[in-house]
Ligand binder design. Sequence first.
Ligand code: BGC
Length: 250
Amino acid sequence: MATLAVGVDIGGTGIKGAIVDTASGELTTDRIKKATPEGGKPHDIVAVVVEIMDELGVGADVPVGVCFPAIVRDGRTMSAANVSKKWIGFEAEALFEKELGRQIHFVNDADAAGFAEQQFGAAKGVDGLVIMTTLGTGIGTALINDGVLIVNAELGHIEIDGVDYETKASYAAKERDDLSWKHWAKRLQKYYSHLEAYLSPELFVVGGGISKHHEEFLPLLDLQAKIIPATLRNNAGIIGAAALATGSQK
Ligand code: BGC
């Protein structure tokens, strides 16, 4: 099995890529980061991924994993919360493969991050249900049960108080509404309590760039399950996409 693989993580604000040693989960190159093009349209995003791949300059035999902020079924993107609506029902994997001139493994971004945390990070060796959440432009979620990833959970969009709660509890919502840590934690409390009531996980793992400030808000939350910060932070998507591309779990 190949050890080196490329991981590319497409987000609502940035697109990042690096080469990963998928045996250790470590990046073997600097991370290349570029802004997500305005509007987030398919051809514009693919063009940025092509630039990143050119800069990484890997051979044709190196597996490539790409993760994206949408439901991914059979290579098609089936939703588009923070990118152009043109992605809905779009043959995304086929376009990436055509423009990159190679096969890729294409998955949801939170699933990639959750898989990485389970293999190399905060959820390693944890039995039972782990819920990974990424607090960023949206809220991404991944379910991992006894080490097995259950793909395409979209629990960031559960409706609470009549609204899609990603619009209230994401990090982007904190910024938009200029919330203090305490005020944001109240929304997070409501959000995680709902997840807990429905799913009774053993563990919540909280990722996304903001998780580096976890001591500001995680201690304010009162839940039955443990809730801990992700350890791979902003690299989890890259690492998970790369690891999935080597075929560790399809
Ligand atoms: C999308 C998810 C994605 C998450 C994090 C949500 O708005 O629906 O598919 O995982 O944002 O990017």
